[in-house]
Design a protein around this ligand. Structure first.
Ligand code: GAL
Length: 561
């Protein structure tokens, strides 16, 4: 580790102090963090060119979008990190091994761009790749294919010299040496990247793309879960999956809504990894850009805010629709996303029409969102009890889109347009603390279900229905409760719903570990999902306890918050 920079404390005369006071503040808003101060205590916000311009990027476009962030007021609201994505460099390093900026695209170079952004009060982000080549086959920082020295330290020093504040490290073309698994190779590479950035002496946020190179479907495989478990030791945020659909200049009207839902889909189960300094990144905000209606734009902002996702626009900022701009610039939604508790919201209920999410907030408030997946307007009614408020609770409910406040006694109600999302901030009054309430999701993103079973009290994994038989509460003492009964370990590895015994009871106490396992505390075994039924009509098999494995997908569970 390099020595810490020592703060100089010169002895100043009154005249010198006066002279200092008269010197205009430096134009560049330098980050104030010391090099080992925590980074990204709330989800990063800003802009990146990729989903709109892809490789068709240059200085003028970056500057125009930076200027637009300022002139629209978005920068002052927190969208402050401007990141240049892939294709900014030449295809070869220079004789010393340094990356070379393409000066046809960026005539003033990257140090100039950093200065320009800093002078506007913005931060500077840049793209590189932890493999041998970027995804568009420009030089990466990693070892060449077949082995050899990497450039992590050299590139980190170069970025530091350009006063970069944020590095998006992609994971294309990463060489896997013989004898290592792909997962080990990524782990080593991203650890090296993190070390190189630290050793550069400049605080730079690291967006690590490693998990995205292991994603298989919405619930993922074992390696994906392994990578998600360690990636937060390397970076402050990470892409876990597919890209958001990029803008198609030749077909601008092409809908991008299913891409928003797809990325929401894989991100919603991963809240256990999120917290201050560590964020799941379901990719860019394309709200207000071609391909989304106003309602769909609101939904992306609302769902991303519920999930404490990075708020990184990727669009032509000066061409945002008025509705999209209003959603993105809504300070109540931004405040929700940036809530200092940093707890990612979780799914309360879901079916083909509605999705209900809840998120606990730093001041004791609780945010609730309802997405209307259907193509037509729908009436919504969400009982306060369903989102975890104890009986007899009254809540002040602020509609975060409008700021309108109402007193709610029994249920949140309203009418929701097609593909729209309502978001409320509830301030409970005169009642005990809210209780985490909602789905328990496992293998295949299915729901733990206590009713659709063949045996009394047994629990199976079924399609999510939003029904009461899937609405669990997390009780004190590690209890998992459904309809007043406790999930209980029985002999022979069975689990079932049974009366809750008082106190901390053997067989009824569960701990949820970071790897997603639900461990029954007495026997130390893990709740395990059954394999998918052989045929669609075969009766669902029950959940069981088995020995805990290493990031088994059938032992990972997502819990209410
Ligand atoms: C992808 C990444 C995109 C963009 C692109 C550049 O892997 O997910 O966001 O960075 O590479 O080539």
């Amino acid at each position: 580790m390099p020595p810490r920079p020592r703060a100089a404390l010169p002895c100043l005369t009154a005249a010198a102090l006066l002279a200092l006071a008269l010197v205009p503040a430096p134009a560049a808003a330098e980050p104030t963090a010391t090099w080992d101060a925590p980074l990204a205590l709330t989800p990063p916000m800003g802009w990146n060119n990729w989903a709109h311009y892809m490789c068709d990027i240059d200085e003028a476009k970056v500057v125009a979008n930076a200027d637009a962030l300022v002139s629209t007021g978005l920068a002052a609201k927190g969208y402050d990190t401007v990141t240049v994505d892939d294709c900014w460099m030449l295809k070869e390093r220079d004789a010393e091994g340094n990356l070379v900026t393409d000066t046809v695209k960026f005539p003033h170079g990257m140090a100039w761009l950093g200065e320009y952004l800093h002078a506007k009060g913005l931060k500077f982000g840049i793209y590189e790749d932890a493999g041998s080549l970027t995804c568009e086959r420009y030089p990466g920082s990693g070892s060449p294919e077949g082995g050899g020295p990497d450039h992590y330290a050299r590139d980190a020093r170069l970025f530091a010299s350009w006063k970069v504040d944020y590095v998006k490290m992609d994971g294309c073309n990463l060489w896997v040496p013989p004898g290592k698994t792909k997962e080990q190779a990524y782990r080593d590479a991203y650890n090296s990247v993190a070390r190189a950035l630290r050793d550069s002496g400049r605080p730079m946020v690291l967006s690590a793309s490693a998990p995205a190179y292991f994603q298989q479907g919405e619930w993922g495989g074992s390696d994906w879960h392994k990578v998600l478990d360690w990636v937060g030791e390397t970076g402050q945020l990470w892409r876990e999956g597919r890209d958001i659909k990029v803008y198609a200049p030749n077909a601008p009207a092409t809908s991008r809504w299913s891409s928003v839902l797809g990325n929401y889909g894989y991100n919603r189960w991963l809240g256990r990894y999120a917290g201050p300094g560590n964020w799941n990144d379901p990719d860019f905000l394309i709200a207000g850009a071609p391909g989304l209606t106003d309602a769909e734009s609101r939904s992306q902002v609302g769902l991303w805010a519920m999930m404490a996702a990075p708020f990184i626009l990727s669009s032509d900022v000066s061409a945002l629709t008025p509705g999209g701009l209003a959603a993105l610039g809504n300070t109540r939604l931004i405040g929700l996303d940036q809530d200092p508790l940093g707890r990612q919201g979780a799914v309360v209920s879901s079916n083909a029409t509605f999705e209900v999410l809840a998120r606990p907030l730093a001041n004791g408030d609780r945010a609730v969102a309802v997405l209307n997946r259907s193509g037509s307007p729908r009436d919504v009614s969400v009982p306060l009890a369903d989102v975890g408020l104890p009986p007899a609770c009254v809540a002040d409910a602020e509609d975060l889109w409008t700021g309108r406040r109402t007193e709610v006694v029994d249920a949140l109600t309203g009418r929701l347009g097609a593909h729209d999302t309502a978001v409320w901030r509830l301030t409970p009054r005169g009642c005990a603390e809210a209780v985490p309430t909602g789905q328990i999701n496992g293998l295949g993103a299915k729901c733990a279900d206590g009713a659709s079973t063949s045996g009394v009290g047994s629990v199976v994994l079924g399609t999510c229905t939003a029904g009461a038989d899937q609405r669990w509460t997390l009780g004190g003492g590690g209890r998992l409760k459904l309809a007043g009964e406790c999930l209980t370990a029985r002999a022979g590895g069975l689990v079932e719903l049974a009366d809750c015994a008082p106190g901390r009871q053997a067989g009824q106490s569960w701990s949820h570990r970071r790897d997603g396992t639900l461990v029954e505390e007495t026997g130390g075994q893990c709740l395990t999902a059954p394999a998918a039924p052989a045929t669609p009509d075969a009766p669902a098999e029950r959940l069981r306890l088995t020995a805990c494995g290493d990031h088994q997908v059938d032992q990972a569970w997502s819990l209410p918050v």
